[in-house]
Write a protein that binds this ligand. Structure first.
Ligand code: NAG
Ligand code: NAG
Ligand code: NAG
Ligand code: NAG
Ligand code: NAG
Ligand code: NAG
Ligand code: NAG
Ligand code: NAG
Length: 231
């Protein structure tokens, strides 16, 4: 796709950006309130599954991941087992942000019942399954936003993450700032005002080049992976 010289340059650039991210993260974590609850001891709230179903967009995530333009489509069936179907559509190839991919999961969730252990499931992300991941919905008003945290290993908080998802594909800065302030005061992994914004703009549909920070960070991480693979 690109020459080795290019990989080198992006690799070096991404190491710097990544170091910046890691340092920023540590500094933020140190400033977190002492009362913020860790994901592994939080309880996933009693969800009204029908109200929670439908389309959600990923707005911010901490730490940043490799997916963007992410849409989550939750369908709830009128069955006892395997009643929740999730289709998550995303892009992960920065040079082709308009290439949509979908991974899907099926799980059993009890309506209006708190889940202390959260929802532990794997996505079929062709051609492989993702690692089993616990997801917890910490708070939602159903109509606008939801706070979600998760981890792959309950006793290793370096595997934990947090995200804010919303019904609108993008949120005003004021609204998002309020959500980050509220979530970070209550829960670990959420940062006040500095969570990584997920690209959700017109580039998701292939409208052309994008120069946003989130885009650059994703490109840097992607380039780092290429760099490591070709080293
Ligand atoms: C890609 O998916 C997004 C939603 O995730 C949608 O808005 C867009 O139209 C899709 N683009 C293409 C080319 O399928
Ligand atoms: C969400 O998933 C359901 C069930 O598969 C499907 O009927 C619906 O069209 C999907 N919605 C979008 C916007 O993709
Ligand atoms: C993903 O969707 C396909 C097609 O609808 C279905 O056959 C499969 O069981 C689903 N896999 C999971 C893990 O939900
Ligand atoms: C999630 O479920 C898988 C499969 O049952 C299990 O191996 C894993 O330990 C569980 N993860 C957590 C964090 O509980
Ligand atoms: C939560 O994670 C911490 C480490 O971050 C660990 O010491 C503790 O045992 C975990 N608690 C549970 C209930 O898994
Ligand atoms: C992980 O858990 C340890 C021990 O409980 C704690 O000191 C540390 O601050 C936690 N790290 C994060 C990022 O929450
Ligand atoms: C979502 O979008 C609608 C329509 O643009 C707007 O009226 C509403 O205020 C938005 N809500 C949030 C939370 O951004
Ligand atoms: C988050 O940051 C804003 C702006 O700096 C500040 O007004 C607010 O009090 C902070 N929230 C928390 C929970 O620290």
């Amino acid at each position: 796709m690109s020459s080795q010289g290019d990989n080198w340059r992006f690799g070096v650039l991404s190491v710097f950006l990544l170091l910046g991210l890691l340092c920023g993260h540590t500094a933020e974590a140190d400033g977190d309130g002492l009362t913020a609850q860790a994901c592994n001891v939080s309880t996933s709230m009693a969800l009204d599954l029908q109200k929670f179903s439908g389309i959600w967009w990923e707005i911010v995530r901490q730490p940043s991941g490799s997916m963007f333009c992410t849409q989550i489509n939750i369908t709830v069936l009128n069955t006892v087992e395997d009643n929740v179907l999730i289709d998550t559509t995303y892009s992960n190839t920065i040079t082709y942000p308009w290439v949509n991919q979908t991974m899907n999961a099926t799980l059993t969730a009890a309506n209006a019942t708190p889940a202390a252990d959260g929802y532990n499931f794997t996505y079929w992300n062709p051609p492989a399954y993702t690692p089993y991941t616990v997801f917890k919905v910490l708070d939602t008003d159903y109509a606008n936003y939801a706070f979600v945290c998760g981890y792959t290993n309950a006793v290793d908080n370096s595997t934990a993450f947090a995200m804010i998802i919303a019904r609108n594909r993008t949120l005003s800065t004021t609204f998002l700032d309020n959500l980050e302030s509220e979530s970070s005061s209550l829960y670990d992994n959420f940062l006040n005002g500095s969570m990584t914004l997920i690209t959700q703009d017109g580039t998701c549909e292939g409208n052309g080049a994008d120069t946003s920070t989130a885009f650059t960070v994703f490109y840097a991480i992607f380039a780092l992976v290429i760099y490591i693979l070709t080293k």
